[in-house]
Design a protein around this ligand. Structure first.
Ligand SMILES: CC(C)(COP(=O)(O)OP(=O)(O)OC[C@H]1O[C@@H](n2cnc3c(N)ncnc32)[C@H](O)[C@@H]1OP(=O)(O)O)[C@@H](O)C(=O)NCCC(=O)NCCS
Length: 216
């Protein structure tokens, strides 16, 4: 999606940057791992296919991707885009898929997160990356209604199910054909309560106004 093609979202522990050609080799390396392919329900791609995919996702208006970078320490100054490139290692990605509604179904926005580097797991990065994504997407210009966020997760993927629960998502469906669960934000809450979804996602130095910067 072109909306975030020059956008960095900076937080005390993480930075989100757009998926660029310079990320493809590492991303492709991650996606040769059978466990990650299985957990993210992805198909293996050749490097050439991954290069095409990066370009396609950049142009598609129904997909938004950020690469997740870890911040070494909040005291390391990140003033320019080059500072971010120099100091922040690539550890994962977050994605949104925008699906329009029709006569029978509501429009929805499917969310995905991956912290691919094992050494960076269980440090709160998946939680923070997803919070940043949800806060970014529920504010203008995208202004997604929090109730339209959905996640589809392998039924045995307990870490991911627990992560989405922590972010205010609840189990809404089990799809036997894919052995996956569907989770939605705001399920079981009134419209007024889920309208305040953004409050779920703040904290730990992340407030209502995100540090959103131009990324060259
Ligand atoms: C799921 C994933 C993104 C979690 O990332 P992470 O950075 O390790 O998670 P965090 O440290 O931010 O943990 C946040 C919460 O997620 C849950 N969680 C994360 N890892 C967990 C684990 N191994 N077991 C149980 N719960 C876990 C917990 O609720 C945790 O909160 P807590 O620390 O208060 O217990 C990561 O394991 C991953 O990328 N897995 C492979 C890809 C994948 O499954 N993606 C989801 C596809 S929808």
């Amino acid at each position: 999606m072109r909306t975030n093609e020059r956008t960095a979202v900076v937080a005390p522990t993480l930075v989100l940057v757009p998926y660029r050609p310079e990320h493809v080799t590492k991303y492709h390396g991650w996606m040769t791992d059978p466990d990650l392919l299985n957990l993210t329900a992805s198909e293996p791609l050749t490097l050439a296919q991954e290069i095409d995919m990066q370009q396609k996702w950049h142009m598609d208006e129904d997909k938004l991707t950020f690469i997740v970078l870890a911040r070494p320490h909040p005291s390391v100054p990140l003033i320019t885009s080059d500072d971010i490139r120099k100091h922040c290692p690539m550890i994962g990605d977050v994605n949104l898929f925008f699906k329009p509604g029709d006569a029978e179904t509501e429009s929805e926005v499917e969310c995905e997160v991956m912290i691919a580097e094992p050494a960076y797991r269980r440090n709160g990065h998946g939680h923070t990356a997803l919070r940043l994504l949800l806060l970014y997407a529920s504010a203008p210009p995208l202004a997604v209604n929090p109730r339209n966020f959905v996640a589809r997760i392998g039924a045995k993927n307990e870490p991911s199910i627990a992560l989405f629960k922590k972010l205010g998502f609840a189990l809404t469906k089990y799809v036997e054909a894919f052995d996956e669960v569907e989770m939605r934000f705001g399920h079981g809450r009134s419209e007024r309560q889920s309208g305040i979804g953004r409050e779920f996602w703040m904290g730990g130095g992340i407030g209502p106004e995100l540090d959103v910067r131009e990324f060259d």
